[in-house]
Design a protein around this ligand. Structure first.
Ligand SMILES: Nc1nc2c(ncn2[C@@H]2O[C@H](COP(=O)(O)OP(=O)(O)OP(=O)(O)O)[C@@H](O)[C@H]2O)c(=O)[nH]1
Ligand SMILES: [Mg+2]
Length: 280
């Protein structure tokens, strides 16, 4: 059995739930079945219809209302995710056991779940041990390109998530429908960030003070080409198609489909029986 998972991560408000919703509709339009699993215990609103929802197990509101626990929203979220890890039989039941299943996991905005806590890593290991091929989708609001130091810090978050999750990651710059023409043009140079971009775009003062750090980070990006972005406009079907293609590639989704088609076709190829029909 083989199944496919997209783990959608990214800072708060980067467009994770909107991406999941747009991808599900796009999949439907293409005749493909993509499903959504809501993994955000504090979610209030999303447009898709999930096959499973962590809020059926636990919500951050319930935790915050518990006087004995007395957690705020962030502590509450971490508590909820750890509660999930203690209840993996519930998670396993929700996943079902459908061969070739393709699930998008919509996660909470607290990126620390993927960077320096091991919650997401443990969930990914669990999925992998249950026949899932897993890819991370890291979303970043394209507004970040207007402030290079914010973009620089987001690159480090993406890199940190990639390293700690140990899965292939597709990085997406979201909400490009909101960019004007000059910003769209500027966006191009951010898709493959390298030392040249970092050196040339940094505000002079910051650049001088942290020049060595900037150079070292730029060198890392150049040497390993670790962080590349695609831009995504969720209102553009062609763009959704391009992104889905890249993600499918990372998951080696198509290889699996070809094998399945061949498996199915093989019994129909029977040259002898065609000869018999011709002779008749
Ligand atoms: N114009 C535009 N707005 C978007 C897009 N994606 C998301 N938004 C808006 O940005 C806001 C946040 O989007 P969400 O999809 O909820 O973002 P999220 O990452 O799931 O947010 P959290 O779960 O709170 O971390 C909402 O108001 C969306 O309508 C986009 O591609 N274009
Ligand atoms: Mg969301």
């Amino acid at each position: 059995m083989v199944r496919f998972a997209q783990i959608v991560i990214g800072p708060a408000g980067s467009g994770k739930s909107s991406y999941v919703s747009a991808m599900i509709s796009h999949g439907q339009a293409m005749g493909r079945t993509l499903s959504a699993f809501n993994m955000d215990p504090a979610a209030e609103y999303f447009q898709y219809n999930p096959i499973a929802d962590i809020r059926q197990l636990i919500t951050v509101d319930d935790i915050m209302a518990d006087k004995d626990l007395s957690f705020g929203p962030n502590g509450g979220l971490i508590f909820a995710m750890e509660f999930l890890l203690d209840n993996m039989d519930w998670f396993e039941e929700q996943l079902g056991d459908m061969d070739n299943d393709y699930i998008l996991f919509d996660t909470a905005g607290q990126i620390e779940l993927s960077t320096h806590l091991d919650v997401m890593q443990k969930l990914i290991r669990f999925l992998q041990s249950h026949d899932f091929r897993v890819v991370g989708i890291f979303l970043l609001d394209s507004q970040f390109i207007s402030d290079v130091s914010k973009f620089f810090s987001a690159l480090m978050v993406s890199l940190s998530a990639m390293i700690s999750l140990e899965i292939p990651v597709v990085n997406l710059l979201t909400k490009t429908d909101l960019l004007d023409k000059p910003s769209l043009k500027r966006l191009e140079s951010f898709l493959e960030p390298d030392s040249y971009l970092l050196e040339n775009q940094f505000p002079e003062k910051w650049g001088q003070k942290y020049r060595k750090l900037t150079e070292a980070f730029g060198q890392l990006l150049d040497d390993y080409s670790l962080v590349k972005f695609m831009s995504i406009n969720i209102f553009d079907e062609q763009c959704l198609n391009d992104v889905l293609l890249s993600v499918d590639n990372a998951l080696q989704f198509d290889d699996e489909q070809e094998v399945k088609v061949r498996d199915f076709d093989e019994p129909l190829i029977d040259e002898n029986s065609e000869d018999i029909v011709d002779n008749d």
